[in-house]
Ligand binder design. Structure first.
Ligand SMILES: *Cc1c(COP(=O)(O)O)cnc(C)c1O
Length: 380
C-alpha cells in the first residue's frame, strides 16, 4: 500500500536515494559572499552583510524596519518583549504550532492561551478568537482583561502554518476591538502573501525564521519586521545588548539581549534571498504536480486559502483517519521518503497542559489526519 505514492515522489525528485522533507540548496552567490565575509574578517556580530540583508529584506517584504536576529525563537521573544508582554500577562496563540511560539510566550513569564484552527488555513481561527474574547474579555482603560483570571491579555500570536497565510485581517480587526497587540509568527511564510501584502506586516510586529529547514536559510537566523519606526529602532537596540553608542564607554540603558545574527550568516542568507522568487515558483509548481496526482488518488491535498499566495513551504495531505495516516508514515519513512505528522497540539505537551484553551476539535482532527510530504526546491 502507498508504494505508488513513494514512486511518484521519487520520480518528482528524480532519484531513489533518501528524500528529505525540506533540504536547503545553495546555487547562487552563497560561496562568494561567505568567502568575502571571511576575507573581510567581519565574521561576527557586526558587518556590511548584516546591514545589507536587513535593507534588502525590508524592501522585499515592504516593511519600514527589519532587524535580524540569531534565530526565529529569539525574534519571537524580543518581539513579545517589545509589545510589553510581561510576567502574569496572557497571550493568545493557536494550539497547532511549533513549540517555539509557546516557548517565547513562556520566556516572558506570560501564560499562553490556545485557540482552535481554521479548516481553510490550518492557522488561528478568527471564530475561536472572537468566541474566547466575547466570553472572557473586558476592555477597561485601553487594556483587555480576562474576567476569569483577572490577568491582562496583552498580545495575540497567529502563526501561518506551513507557509499558508491565516485570515490575518479578521484576526487583526478582532484584536483591535479588544486592544490586543498582534505579533505574527511568520517563521514559515517567507514569500507568502495575503491579498497581495506580505505576511508579517499586518500585525504590529512580524517574525521570520531562517533555520536550515525553512524556505531560505542563514544556517540559523531570524527577523523582526515592523512599520513602526520607533519600535523598529528599539528592536535593534534591545537585540544588540541595549548599548548606547559611544567611542569607548560601555553604557547600557536597559536589560538587552544578545540576539544578533553574525555577519557570516548574513552573507549566506543574502545570497539565498536573491533566489527566493525562483524557489517559490519552483515550490508552487511542485505543489501543482502533487495536487494533480493526489486528485487522481482521492487523497486530499491542502491548497492555499482563497485570497492567499502561499510559498507552499511544506506540502500537506490528509488521510481519512489516523490508522491510515500511520500506515503511510510507516511505508514512506521505511522507503527513504521522509514524511512527518503535524506537531502535537501545545496543550498535549507537559509544560503547557494546564494552560487555558478553547474547544480544539478542528486542530485535533487536523493533527490526526495530516502528513507533511517532501517539499524541497527541486533541482534538475
Ligand atoms: C521554525 C519556527 C520557529 C523558530 O525558528 P528558529 O529559527 O528555529 O528558532 C518559530 N515558529 C515557527 C512556527 C517555526 O516554524
Amino acid at each position: 500500500m502507498f508504494e505508488d505514492i513513494v514512486s511518484f515522489i521519487q520520480d518528482l525528485y528524480g532519484h531513489k536515494k533518501f528524500i528529505g522533507l525540506h533540504e536547503p540548496i545553495f546555487v547562487g552567490n552563497e560561496r562568494k559572499y561567505v568567502v568575502d565575509a571571511i576575507d573581510s574578517t567581519f565574521v561576527s556580530s557586526v558587518g556590511a552583510y548584516v546591514d545589507s540583508f536587513e535593507k534588502h529584506f525590508a524592501d522585499y517584504v515592504g516593511a519600514k524596519k527589519a532587524i535580524v536576529t540569531g534565530n526565529g525563537t529569539s525574534a519571537l521573544h524580543a518581539g513579545l518583549h517589545l509589545l510589553g508582554v510581561q510576567r502574569d500577562d496572557e497571550v493568545l496563540t493557536q494550539a497547532l504550532t511549533f513549540v517555539a511560539t509557546a516557548n517565547a510566550i513562556a520566556y516572558c513569564q506570560a501564560q499562553p492561551i490556545f485557540l482552535d484552527s481554521d479548516r481553510e488555513t490550518l492557522g488561528m481561527s478568527p471564530e475561536s478568537l472572537e468566541q474566547f474574547l466575547s466570553e472572557n474579555a473586558a476592555v477597561e482603560d485601553g487594556l483587555c482583561r480576562n474576567k476569569k483570571t483577572g490577568r491582562i491579555i496583552r498580545a495575540c500570536v497567529p502563526m501561518h502554518v506551513f507557509g499558508h497565510p491565516v485570515k490575518i485581517e479578521r484576526i487583526v480587526a478582532i484584536c483591535e476591538k479588544y486592544q490586543i497587540a498582534v505579533l505574527e509568527d511568520a517563521a514559515e511564510s517567507m514569500g507568502s502573501l495575503w491579498h497581495g501584502t506580505h505576511t508579517g506586516l499586518f500585525g504590529k510586529v512580524g517574525v521570520f525564521s531562517f533555520n536550515g529547514n525553512k524556505i531560505i536559510t542563514a544556517g540559523g537566523g531570524g527577523m523582526i519586521v515592523t512599520h513602526d519606526e520607533p519600535l523598529g529602532k528599539r528592536a535593534k537596540h534591545l537585540t544588540t545588548t541595549a548599548k548606547i553608542p559611544h567611542p569607548w564607554e560601555f553604557e547600557h540603558d536597559e536589560m538587552g539581549f544578545n540576539y544578533r545574527m553574525p555577519n557570516l550568516n548574513a552573507a549566506l542568507i543574502l545570497a539565498q534571498l536573491e533566489k527566493l522568487d525562483d524557489f517559490i515558483a519552483n515550490k508552487r509548481e511542485t505543489a501543482k504536480r502533487y495536487q494533480e496526482f493526489f486528485n487522481t488518488k482521492g487523497i486530499e491535498f491542502f491548497t492555499e486559502p482563497d485570497g492567499a499566495r502561499s510559498n507552499y513551504w511544506l506540502n500537506a495531505i490528509f488521510f481519512k483517519n489516523q490508522t491510515e495516516r500511520d500506515r503511510f508514515l510507516e511505508t514512506t519513512n521505511k522507503n527513504g521518503v521522509m514524511t512527518r505528522p503535524a506537531w502535537k497540539l501545545m496543550p498535549q505537551l507537559a509544560m503547557y497542559k494546564d494552560c487555558q484553551k478553547t474547544d480544539l476539535s478542528i486542530s485535533t482532527d487536523i493533527v490526526q489526519r495530516l502528513v507533511n510530504i517532501p517539499s524541497s526546491v527541486r533541482v534538475s
